[in-house]
Design a protein around this ligand. Structure first.
Ligand SMILES: [Zn+2]
Length: 187
């Protein structure tokens, strides 16, 4: 799982080995490496065997990816911001089957849009909450769930310049996959 190092290099970004995470500002001592380790451990107070808790996996993956765009491929911004928009704005109940469907949808979408790029907000301005905040403010499952929701909403808001664009993708996706989607008030 060192792909992010290659991706940073490809994007011309040098990764700092010490101190706070250079992208999200997490209170780490080993920079983005530690930020990713915390994220990969997956906030284990949450019982992910419960299907209704899968939401927190999706929300945290999207939040972390969108806070660290420089270590991901450029189309990941489209995927994760659209998924956030579908979950947080349209209240779509996400599940593991829907992710490849959205991926395929975007693969077709991007064919004629080779120059489209979602410019991320400046680094350290993609939501104040970070991995270390989620970790240190979660003493129970419910606290952890609350922190992840807050984290997701902050990151989502920080990308508001692109909400209009991903809304058009979300509408197209919903119209195409209506039968597979469950939409209720969940947050
Ligand atoms: Zn970070």
């Amino acid at each position: 799982m060192k792909d992010y190092i290659d991706m940073a290099e490809k994007n011309g970004i040098s990764l700092e080995e010490r101190g706070a995470c250079q992208f999200c500002g997490a209170g780490t001592t080993r920079g983005v490496h530690e930020c990713i380790e915390i994220f990969n451990l997956g906030f284990q107070l949450i019982n992910y065997t419960q299907i209704e808790n899968h939401l927190y996996r999706f929300l945290s993956v999207d939040a972390h990816t969108l806070q660290h765009s420089e270590i991901h491929g450029r189309w990941n911004n489209h995927f994760h911001l659209t998924r956030q928009h579908l979950m947080l704005d349209y209240k779509v109940i996400w599940n593991y089957d829907l992710s490849p469907i959205l991926s395929n949808y975007l693969n077709k979408y991007k064919i004629n849009r080779t120059n489209e790029f979602l410019k991320p907000p400046p680094i350290l301005q993609r939501g104040k909450i970070t991995t270390t905040d989620v970790l240190s403010n979660s003493k129970s499952e419910i606290e952890c769930q609350r922190m992840i929701k807050k984290w997701a909403l902050e990151v989502y808001q920080s990308w508001s310049d692109h909400h209009e664009l991903v809304d058009t993708i979300a509408i197209g996706f919903i119209n195409k996959n209506k039968k597979q989607l469950r939409i209720i008030e969940q947050l």
